[in-house]
Design a protein around this ligand. Structure first.
Ligand code: CO
Length: 141
């Protein structure tokens, strides 16, 4: 198991345009990338900061994971994502340890990247996403 870097910090928001405008005004940052990821029920905006991103997540409906998160907790920190060079071996390692995996196999996330989630009950109450990236930091699809 090897973590390459912190890929992104994800924040659940009600209004994506308002959140982007807020980050622009307060911190002078701009999204590099914005897309609807139907499989995850979100529209996401990726704001680059150094070598990482702030990921703003707007649910596509109330009956989605992020929609339920917003209903229960309101806007706020949703998950952190670590980059890994080999997602399949990372998942095998975690499975061997009995980690509480949400995804036993990779699925496709934003930017076409291979991703998988680990349940917050597994460690420190934090929802963790693993994103497979190449050595030069590009998503693997
Ligand atoms: Co994410």
């Amino acid at each position: 198991m090897k973590l390459l870097n912190l890929d992104h910090v994800a924040v659940a928001v009600v209004d994506l345009d308002a959140a982007i405008a807020g980050y622009r005004k307060r911190y002078g940052v701009e999204p590099l990338h914005r897309e609807v990821v139907e499989s995850q029920g979100v529209e996401e905006a990726m704001i680059p900061v150094g070598g990482s991103y702030i990921q703003l997540l707007r649910p596509l409906g109330d009956d989605t994971p992020v929609g339920r998160f917003l209903a229960g907790k309101g806007e706020g920190l949703h998950h952190v994502a670590y980059a890994v060079p080999d997602l399949d071996s990372a998942l095998a390692h975690l499975e061997e340890q009995g980690a509480a995996l949400i995804d036993r196999e990779a699925r496709v996330g934003g930017r076409g990247a291979r991703i998988a989630f680990v349940h917050p009950r597994d460690l420190t109450g934090t929802l963790i996403e693993l994103v497979e990236l190449t050595a030069d930091g590009r998503p693997v699809s």
